[in-house]
Ligand binder design. Structure first.
Ligand code: CP
Ligand code: NVA
Length: 302
């Protein structure tokens, strides 16, 4: 039976922990100069992109190379997902050529449909609703920096978006306490929050960043307008005033609090440049860990 990684919530806590342990192992060995080119020798990953990307594209492509396989970039103009043929037919065709599909899409139902019809594993490389690979890499980063996940207070400042949703699901599975401070009307998806709580996750939704930041072990933020919301950017800039992660907000959190951002960043909006370059700001460790976490996923799934 093939397995997919469409949302973090689809995976059990032991499965997530297995992926994190494998990621840490692959990272350690890679740094020691040990080759993993035998792991996926001769295998191909199709990478479908409806949206732009730096980290996701490069880390998946480099990851496949390091595992001895090959990655195929299919940009918006190549297969014209949603315009040229059905998602079902794309999934059925690609399954005859490749060993796995990674897709970055607008509607979350597109990646669900790819997973339903493909006979090879499908990995969600970001949808409007979820960004599971980001959350997996971020949990690896928190684990490395803090030595543990359980009991960590992860505080998200800003939009209740795809990144927040996957962090909520990962937090619930791995014993991280999640808190978000967002403007009214920008709360995370109520069903995702309810599901996380039903699984025993601690999820708090607040509207005051100053209140939320107190006691934080991790302060996390992301852009106020996600890809596809460019038309709302100006209105959101006004609505999100006061939701900037800056040095005073970081000083309000616990000593040694990690500052995190999935990137790309809009400096001066959701985070100041100064806050992004503090000694405990780990933005580029997060970016690197996308590679190691996704190599683990690829090794487990393909
Ligand atoms: N964080 C992240 O997914 O970055 P890209 O959009 O550049 O892939
Ligand atoms: N929330 C952002 C994340 C980018 C990695 C977006 O969807 O654009």
């Amino acid at each position: 039976m093939k397995r997919d990684f469409v949302t973090v919530g689809d995976w059990s806590a032991p499965e997530l922990r297995e992926a994190l342990a494998l990621a840490a192992h692959l990272k350690r060995e890679h740094r020691a100069g040990i080759s993993h080119e035998h792991v996926l020798r001769g295998k191909t990953l199709a990478m479908i992109f409806q949206k732009p990307s730096l980290r996701t594209r490069v880390s998946f492509e480099v990851g496949m190379t390091q595992l001895g396989g090959h990655a195929l970039y299919l940009g918006p103009e190549d297969i014209k997902l949603g315009k040229r043929e059905t998602t079902e037919d794309i999934a059925l065709n690609l399954s005859r050529y490749v060993d796995g599909i990674m897709a970055r899409v607008f509607g979350h139902e597109i990646v669900e449909e790819l997973a339903r019809y493909a006979t090879v594993p499908v990995i969600n490389g970001l949808s409007d609703l979820h960004h599971p690979c980001q959350a997996l890499g971020d949990m690896l980063t928190i684990l490395e920096k803090r030595g543990e996940l359980r009991g960590t207070d992860l505080v998200f400042i800003g939009d209740g978006n795809n990144v927040a949703h996957s962090l909520i699901e990962a937090s619930a599975k791995l014993g991280v306490r999640f808190r978000i401070a967002c403007p009214e009307g920008h709360e995370p998806n109520a069903e995702i929050v309810a599901r996380a709580r039903a699984e025993g996750g601690e999820v708090e939704v607040l509207h005051d960043p100053w209140e939320a930041a107190r006691g934080a072990d991790v302060l996390y933020t992301d852009v106020w307008a996600s890809m596809g919301q460019e038309g709302e950017a100006e209105a959101r800039r006004k609505r999100f005033q006061g939701f900037t992660v800056d040095v005073p907000l970081v000083e309000r959190a616990n000593p040694g609090c990690l500052v995190m951002h999935c990137l790309p960043a809009h400096y001066g909006e959701e985070i100041t440049y100064e806050a992004s370059r503090l000694p405990n700001s780990v933005l580029f460790d997060q970016a690197e860990n996308r590679l190691h976490a996704q190599k683990a996923l690829l090794a487990l799934l393909l």
